[in-house]
Design a protein around this ligand. Structure first.
Ligand code: PCA
Length: 201
């Protein structure tokens, strides 16, 4: 059986919970579409999260990687098209880092495209009534960082492992605690991720 590495993140900034954590907890160990799901939670730390995802790739030897991140304020499920070679944030990560446009990989290309079937993800989600569109920017915070690190790893090692990132909206639970966010039910968030896993080659 093939293996899918599914990653989420710990809470960060003023978001007391991260719904990606719950999705990963729910799906880890399950078998879907011929994949056994290995779930891992990443730190929100520019100095750690890239190393963590590479360690998980090394340990799990996945046939595919889907990373999930919270995009609080977005109301659609948004597969990301591209990761850029840049760390920048005015807002602190969980260790207080605020990089100012440093490259993620000194020798890396400016951008690396997702190798997930992002158009098919959007089509299937929309066909089931879930708001979804391709996003053309993953920002320059930890989600972009992790997406770039995984894609760069497969790029330099010439490995054809589908890999990429999907940003998700807040859950109702998070929205109530936070006070000002569009949200989906946690069940819908998890079901939407199951739908995209069903499309993995
Ligand atoms: N979302 C952040 C980092 C962690 C997360 O879940 C981001 O969009 O970069």
């Amino acid at each position: 059986m093939k293996t899918l590495l599914l990653t989420g993140f710990e809470p960060f900034l003023d978001f007391p919970i991260n719904p990606t954590h719950q999705i990963v907890e729910e799906l880890k160990g399950k078998e879907l579409n011929g994949y056994r799901i290995e779930g891992r939670i990443l730190s929100v730390d520019y100095n750690k999260s890239g190393r963590e995802i590479l360690e998980h790739i090394h340990d799990v030897e996945p046939d595919a990687v889907i990373s999930l991140g919270l995009a609080a304020g977005r109301y659609k499920m948004t597969p990301e098209r591209i990761a850029i070679n840049c760390n920048e944030s005015n807002e602190k990560d969980n260790e207080g880092n605020t990089p100012e446009g440093d490259p993620i990989q000194e020798e890396g290309p400016d951008g690396l495209f997702s190798t997930l079937p992002i158009k098919s993800f959007v089509e299937v989600l929309q066909s089931k009534g879930y708001p979804s569109e391709v996003s053309n920017t993953a920002g320059t915070y930890l989600c972009n960082h992790v997406m770039y690190q995984a894609l760069y790893h497969f790029h330099v090692n010439h490995q054809q492992v589908p890999s990429g990132f999907v940003h998700i909206p807040a859950s109702h639970e998070l929205a109530v605690q936070h006070g000002k966010l569009p949200s989906w039910s946690q069940t819908d968030l998890t079901d939407a991720v199951k739908l995209i896993i069903q499309l993995m080659p």
